[in-house]
Design a protein around this ligand. Structure first.
Ligand SMILES: CC(C)(COP(=O)(O)OP(=O)(O)OC[C@H]1O[C@@H](n2cnc3c(N)ncnc32)[C@H](O)[C@@H]1OP(=O)(O)O)[C@@H](O)C(=O)NCCC(=O)NCCS
Length: 198
């Protein structure tokens, strides 16, 4: 058994806190809010799988699968909420329970809340959770080359650019280049020891 498989004892999706945000499990009642926020073209456009238009019922179906997805180690999705409870987006860690001891970071933030550092704050905390609580060895992420804001988030949380996967993804009928980023546990620990904000 790998370190990762051995160390996951959590039975339910956790709630995490940052200075400005609460990262909590989604609830079925969040469905309409998710549909509104994620249904915007500006969100779907640069994601790999978000439907557009966003059909009724899909958000509720997605949320209903979270507990099982977490139990199997397929996904840890967290609702990104302001301190007043307003849901503004989602940050997730996918495929974290494999013998590879790695997880893939993903996120979206409602367009009215862009540019305020919220994604960076949420992603930084989920990366901390992945290394400190799930004992992962590597966290990676990828974004379309035409989506530099996502790349900037990965840079700000200390991930290293590992290369470009040319014409790797077909989306909206067009082949997209993907930028690949990664962060190793040893790099994250070293940055923590130096007091750097990764
Ligand atoms: C990517 C996304 C999550 C960023 O959310 P956010 O809360 O605005 O992110 P932050 O505010 O933490 O950081 C964004 C950074 O990108 C920068 N940025 C924004 N547009 C940019 C552009 N066109 N070129 C370069 N940098 C850009 C911002 O200036 C900021 O960096 P800074 O703090 O150094 O100024 C948001 O744009 C989004 O949801 N996009 C649609 C969904 C998506 O693409 N998800 C990611 C799929 S890989």
């Amino acid at each position: 058994m790998s370190v990762n498989e051995n160390s996951i004892t959590m039975r339910s999706i956790p709630t995490l806190n940052t200075l400005r945000l609460i990262l909590r499990p989604f609830e079925l009642a969040d469905g309409p809010r998710v549909q509104t926020l994620a249904g915007a073209w500006e969100i779907a456009n640069t994601t790999a799988t978000m439907p557009h238009p966003y059909p009724d019922g899909v958000a509720e179906q997605w949320i209903a699968g979270h507990a099982e997805g977490f139990a199997k180690g397929n996904n840890l999705p967290l609702a990104v909420c302001l301190q007043d409870g307003t849901l503004i987006g989602c940050v997730s860690l996918m495929g974290f329970r494999t013998s590879h001891s790695r997880g893939e970071l993903g996120y979206w933030i409602g367009k009215d809340y862009w540019g305020k550092g919220y994604c960076t704050e949420a992603a930084r905390e989920l990366v901390r959770f992945g290394f400190a609580e799930l004992a992962l060895n590597r966290i990676f992420g990828q974004h379309m080359s035409r989506n530099p804001a996502s790349g900037r988030v990965m840079q700000k949380i200390g991930m290293k650019h590992e290369g470009c996967l040319r014409q790797h993804l077909s989306r909206w009928g067009k082949l997209e280049d993907l930028e690949h980023y990664g962060l190793l546990r040893c790099e994250w620990l070293a940055a923590q020891a130096c007091g750097m904000r990764t």
